[in-house]
Ligand binder design. Structure first.
Ligand code: PEP
Ligand code: MN
Length: 269
């Protein structure tokens, strides 16, 4: 199978996304405590993850749910990233957070609910760090690609598109992973495209299957939620892989990626 490389290759923490190798981003939905973040980060690194994810300010459907630790988590996040020698991708929900979190992250995430927050996108267009742009949960593919141009035309070419499932008539799974969108965006946008199978399906047992499908369809990487004890998670526990699940998934992915000549990046020491 011929994988089309992206015109724009985006480097985060020493890993090229959109080039010949596949990138795995892993970590908790929310950063909850020093222990939880450290255990997750060291665990996913040991199984070959390249970059960390983790929410600091959470976009929750209910205002009564955990909203994230915010700036109080900065010190221990810095320590864990240094210990593991891994860069963090984390969501900014507001223009003011860009400056606050700048030194902590290797890449800013724009969440699904913010895809059409054009002021936020314009501000991220002025930054010299990459941006991961999630697809809105009811956005057309063309709206998603046009949203990315607010950032690239604003002066920041380092944008990665992320398909994270869309809302359809189906209710058996949390969302529906749109693999069409991955194939379409790879051919019709110069940007790398990655898949978030966790939010797309919302069910732990199905996340590895969709991660493998993403690799096979030609995605440049995945971003996946992992928690050492999902039953204790403060957000999205149903879809979090355990560290053991993650390790098994990496072995399955490795086989598929080798078959399509798209090997995983070698992890850093
Ligand atoms: C997340 O990545 O934790 C998240 C909130 O994702 P989304 O914006 O895709 O819902
Ligand atoms: Mn989540």
């Amino acid at each position: 199978m011929q994988i089309s490389p992206s015109t724009q290759i985006v480097n985060i923490g020493g890993f090229d996304i959109g080039g010949p190798n596949f990138t795995v981003v892993a970590g908790p939905c929310s950063i909850e405590s020093p222990e939880q973040f450290s255990e997750t980060a060291h665990g996913v690194k040991a199984s070959g993850a390249h970059l960390l994810r983790g929410g600091i300010w959470k976009m929750r459907t209910s205002s009564r749910d955990f909203q994230g630790l915010g700036t109080s988590a900065f010190e221990f996040i810095k320590k864990v990233c240094k210990e593991t020698n891994m860069s963090l991708i984390s969501e900014v929900t507001d223009i003011r957070q860009i400056e606050e979190v700048y030194d902590l992250v290797g890449c800013f995430q724009v969440g699904s609910r913010s895809m059409q927050n054009y002021e936020l996108l314009r501000e991220l267009g002025k930054q010299d760090k990459p941006v991961l742009l999630k697809r809105g949960l009811a956005a057309y593919i063309n709206e998603w690609i046009k949203a990315s141009e607010y950032i690239t035309k604003g002066g920041n070419p380092n944008v990665i598109l992320c398909e994270r499932g869309i809302r359809t008539f189906e209710t058996a799974t949390r969302n529906t992973l749109d693999l069409n969108a991955v194939a379409f965006a790879k051919k019709n946008s110069p940007l790398p495209v990655i898949v978030d199978p966790s939010h797309a399906v919302g069910i732990r047992a199905l996340v590895p299957d969709l991660a493998c499908a993403a690799a096979a369809v030609g995605a440049d990487g995945i971003i996946v939620e992992v928690h050492p004890r999902p039953e204790e998670a403060l957000s999205d526990g149903m879809q979090a892989l355990t560290l053991a699940d993650f390790s098994l998934m990496m072995k399955r992915l490795d086989k598929i990626l080798n078959a399509i000549e798209r090997p995983l990046h070698k992890a850093k020491i």
